[in-house]
Design a protein around this ligand. Structure first.
Ligand code: GLN
Ligand code: ZN
Length: 763
């Protein structure tokens, strides 16, 4: 048997690449320093895998920013607006495509970014024209292969496959489908392969995760013909074809007939496919199978007993030398190394495996499956014990929580009256003008706010002094909001580091790492909380600050919470019970908080759910099941209050067309969404559906420091007014303002309030 991984994390053990990139962008280090940092990271990654015993070590899995952007440059797929940049200045061109560039006479925007399948990783979206030309432009794949070779590591180069590459991109003009570009694109792939062939490579890994999606016949045929051509032109190169994040599904028969050396299987997301394959009439015992048994998307220790069963099953039909042991997907989505965590409780730590530990698990599984495995039996015993400890741990199980879940009744996810009745009561109780103005929750997290929090965390600032500081920030923000005439105020979220971490730290069932960073996009990383056990709320989490804010003013203040689906989605979630159950546990904790806020005088409560859409499974047939439990969890969190208490929710960067009925089913009294960048296009879904409840379509793009003009906001509001029912429209920014500075925030919000006032007058 052989071992491999599809890709390694690349941000650096302690985020060295992030720091170097950001210093380079700020002109604090030169290119040589950045390139050198990158080489060090690659070297460490390769040598560590070699030492740990990985047989086929990937190269070209490193990236300064994003692997799809790398592929664009490899294939010379460079939008024309970057022509003004000197192509010899590779990194300038590269980062201009990633982040835009304003310099001398050059002013170009960045390429779009979107989520990589159902992960929290974002890739740069390739742009295609009708007459798109491709050329083998960046030689990164060749250079990295040689770089590893010079260190004594013969690698398996990794490249995004041509069909997935095309499908990930977007047509930038009408009149063609991007798949039609395949015949222009393939010659470049052949050129790359012949250069690699000349270097005598043994394997190449093509990532075609589009195989985890519902493909059309044309798309499926495109894959078949691509790999038939490749295999016939390059008989000496073994193609390792990687699909991950879901089953091959309807694409399986085609995939099994491909003339590739190895098919990679994500057995974490789709354990049933091994049986399907072994029993398929298209199964060819010559084809090698890569068993992706180690979870590349989560941080739990593998269950060796279970994995060995899969290996045994496969080995009955396939000779051991034709099997690979690997992780389900690239390890990009897991943190570097558990050994760095010195503050995690040892009980929890023994249940976990980060990237390095996952590589060790891969090798251990290989050793345990070999014939003379006695020497490794201790690894099996260790693994078994750790998993048994986890199963039985008192830290995980809380009977009261389990009882509450099993006692959930349908009334618990149902407001007392229907929306139209609630609306009347809320209008009476809140007495708001037409086109009420509000914000989404956070105000600028200035340097001072962040440094005070850090000082407090380090123990250098007492709880009392920190509280005084936060109180003052809240008071200033309330006074500012009163002054400019907003109708519904917020406290500003100054006490929160992050909208999920803040709640995770207060809820039982969550643990936190110090170095558990995962790349989100470019140099940005997230450190998801580790949701290991039954979730419960010990005491109120937000009541003090919200109550304090409300005590400062007669104008209604919105209580501000993160919703259950978003907390679930942005954490590493336990794998020992269904996600739906975990989500309901969080929902109950948030429900208690909502009721406490109501009891403490908050008449409006917002439950943010920006991650609802990204939780959608890759295959449509699984959507309904997810939407059912996700919507229900939100409703559980929101339904404990009186009719006159107004529940808001907020979602950003989402398209709603295909899930609009489910969004309506969430039954929030008010939903605020991001619409300004799309010039209200995202509102269409609500209009066409005749969305029954109130809506605040964002009228101010908070992603840029630009202050919108009165005219622009009026324009957007008029558009909304023309299509939405009278009395249903709120006026608000697209999202929270935490990434902005105060000067532009103040100016923009004044404009926003003025636009609403003008509109009211014209009624
Ligand atoms: N209430 C949060 C804020 O304003 C919402 C953030 C989000 O939607 N991502 O920051
Ligand atoms: Zn938002």
């Amino acid at each position: 048997m052989k071992t491999t991984i599809l890709g390694h994390p690349r941000i650096g053990r302690k985020r060295e690449l992030k720091k170097a990139c950001e210093a380079f962008w700020a002109n604090n280090i030169d290119e040589a320093f950045l390139v050198n940092t990158a080489s060090e990271i690659k070297k460490q990654n390769w040598l560590q895998q070699q030492v740990l015993g990985i047989d086929a070590i990937p190269s070209n899995d490193f990236s300064f920013y994003d692997q799809v952007l790398d592929t664009c440059l490899t294939l010379g797929c460079i939008p024309k607006r970057y022509n003004a940049i000197d192509k010899d200045n590779y990194l300038e061109l590269y980062f201009a495509m990633a982040r835009g560039l304003q310099k001398d006479h050059i002013d170009v925007t960045a390429m779009e970014m979107t989520k990589w399948f159902d992960t929290n990783y974002h890739y740069i979206v390739p742009e295609f024209e009708k007459d798109q030309n491709f050329e083998f432009f960046s030689k990164k794949i060749i250079e990295e292969y040689k770089e590893a070779l010079s260190l004594g590591v013969k690698t398996k180069p990794v490249l995004i496959g041509p069909v997935t590459f095309l499908l990930l991109g977007k047509e930038k003009e009408p009149g063609f489908h991007r798949l039609e570009l395949l015949s222009r694109l393939l010659p470049v792939y052949f050129e790359i392969l012949s250069e690699l062939d000349a270097l005598n490579i043994k394997y190449i890994q093509f990532d075609e995760p589009c195989l985890a999606l519902d493909l059309s016949i044309q798309e499926r045929d495109a894959i078949a013909s691509t790999y038939e051509q490749m295999a016939s032109q390059f008989p000496n190169i073994k193609i390792y074809l990687a699909n991950y994040f879901d089953c091959y599904g309807d694409n399986l028969d085609m995939a099994l007939q491909l003339p590739v050396d190895t098919l990679h299987l994500d057995l974490v997301r789709c354990p049933s496919q091994l049986d399907d394959i072994l029993e398929s009439k298209y199964f060819n015992p010559e084809t090698k199978l890569a068993l992706g048994l180690i979870d590349g998307r989560n941080i739990w220790k593998n269950d060796f007993e279970n994995s060995l069963k899969f290996i045994e099953k496969a080995s009955k039909k396939i000779p051991l030398e034709n099997l690979w042991i690997t992780a389900s997907c690239s390890l990009l989505h897991t943190p570097y190394d558990l050994d760095l965590e010195t503050q995690l409780s040892s009980e929890i730590k023994q249940w976990l495996a980060f990237s390095k530990q996952k590589i060790e698990e891969i090798v251990a599984l290989k050793n345990l499956s070999s014939e003379e495995n006695n020497a490794y039996l201790y690894l099996f015993e260790e693994n078994k014990l750790a998993n048994l400890n986890r199963k039985r741990s008192k830290l995980i199980h809380n009977d009261a929580v389990k009882v509450r879940i099993s006692n959930l009744k349908s009334e618990d996810s149902q407001r007392k009256s229907e929306f139209s009745l609630r609306q009347v009561k809320q209008k009476q109780s809140l007495n708001l003008p037409l086109f009420p103005t509000t914000t989404i929750g956070s105000f600028p997290q200035t340097k001072t706010v962040r440094s005070q929090r850090l000082q407090h965390k380090k123990g250098a600032l007492s709880q009392e002094a920190y509280n005084q500081f936060i109180a003052k920030e809240i008071e200033d923000s309330i006074r500012f909001q009163e002054r400019i005439g907003l109708d519904v105020l917020v406290h500003g979220e100054f006490e929160r580091n992050d909208m999920v971490e803040y709640f995770g730290e207060k809820l039982n069932g969550f643990a936190f790492s110090n170095y558990g960073w995962v790349q989100s996009y470019g140099s940005r990383c997230v450190k998801p909380p580790i949701l290991f056990g039954d979730v419960s709320r010990e005491k109120p989490m937000t009541v003090d600050w919200s109550k304090y804010a409300q005590s400062l003013t007669d104008i209604p203040v919105k209580g501000m919470l993160t919703g259950p689906v978003t907390i679930l989605q942005w954490s590493f979630v336990r794998n020992d019970q269904p996600r739906a159950t975990t989500c309901n546990q969080i929902a109950l904790a948030i429900r208690d908080e909502v009721i406490d806020l109501e009891n403490n005088g908050l008449k409006i409560i917002q439950i943010d759910e920006p991650a609802i859409r990204e939780g959608l499974p890759l295959r449509k047939e699984e959507w309904q099941n997810y939407l059912d439990w996700a919507v229900k969890a939100f409703r559980i969190s929101a339904s404990g209050v009186k009719d006159k208490t107004q529940i808001h929710t907020h979602m950003c960067y989402s398209e709603f067309n295909d899930i609009i009925s489910n969004i309506a089913d969430m039954d929030a009294d008010v939903i605020t969404i991001e619409t300004s960048r799309s010039k209200m296009e995202l509102l269409d879904a609500f209009v066409n559906f005749k969305y029954p409840n109130e809506i605040g379509p964002g009228v101010y793009d908070i992603h840029s420091p630009r202050v919108p003009s009165l005219h622009e906001i009026e324009d957007l509001l008029t558009k909304a007014k023309n299509v939405l029912p009278h009395g249903h429209i709120w006026v608000n920014p697209d999202c929270g303002l935490k990434t902005r500075d105060w000067p532009e925030t103040k100016k923009a919000l004044k404009v926003l309030v003025n636009a609403a006032k003008k509109l009211r007058k014209s009624e």
